[in-house]
Design a protein around this ligand. Structure first.
Ligand SMILES: Cc1cc2nc3c(=O)[nH]c(=O)nc-3n(C[C@H](O)[C@H](O)[C@H](O)COP(=O)(O)OP(=O)(O)OC[C@H]3O[C@@H](n4cnc5c(N)ncnc54)[C@H](O)[C@@H]3O)c2cc1C
Length: 136
């Protein structure tokens, strides 16, 4: 697994100190998706948010990235161990997800949207459950 922040670190993460004149963006701040290891989007987005914060009120930066993508990355950190090390009906969860996706259109569409960035981690579980239980 690619190193990434755990849930407790997300909760207390501070990426800016206006008095000491420092701030972190991208990998340096830990803005990497704990499930996929992707960080390019978060590096660019956090730099953009920091630039806006510097122009307005730099103290707001932590609040800004939390509102933009913090909950998503924290949720991904929560799912990481279940996703890669978890078992479902006697097989690794990732294997079961591929099997489900092959057979079930709703599950397949949810995973497609996840990879495309149209479905977040927040709400993924309930959508997968809804999809798996409907037979359309
Ligand atoms: C093998 C691999 C594959 C990846 N694949 C993907 C992917 O498919 N999709 C995705 O979204 N993310 C991917 N990532 C993650 C992505 O590359 C990073 O999250 C992203 O590049 C972070 O951007 P950054 O600007 O924060 O840091 P970086 O891109 O690491 O930029 C930091 C820069 O600072 C420079 N630097 C360091 N120290 C100093 C110094 N003292 N003085 C001056 N310059 C310095 C470095 O040389 C570097 O150029 C991958 C990472 C790896 C390692």
């Amino acid at each position: 697994m690619i190193p990434s922040l755990d849930v407790s670190t997300w909760d207390g993460l501070k990426t800016c100190d206006a008095k000491r004149a420092w701030a972190l963006v991208g990998d340096a701040a830990g803005f990497v998706d704990p499930l996929t290891g992707e960080g390019i989007y978060y590096a660019i987005k956090s730099a953009d948010l920091l630039a806006r914060a510097i122009v307005n009120r730099v103290e707001d930066f932590d609040e800004m990235w939390r509102a933009e993508f913090g909950a998503e990355l924290r949720r991904a950190a929560e799912l990481q161990h279940r996703f890669y090390r978890g078992n479902f009906a006697g097989a690794p969860l990732t294997e079961r997800m591929v099997q489900f996706a092959r057979r079930h259109r709703g599950v397949r569409e949810a995973l497609r949207d996840l990879i495309a960035g149209d479905q977040g981690y927040v709400g993924l579980k309930s959508r997968l459950l809804r999809s798996a239980l409907s037979f359309t």
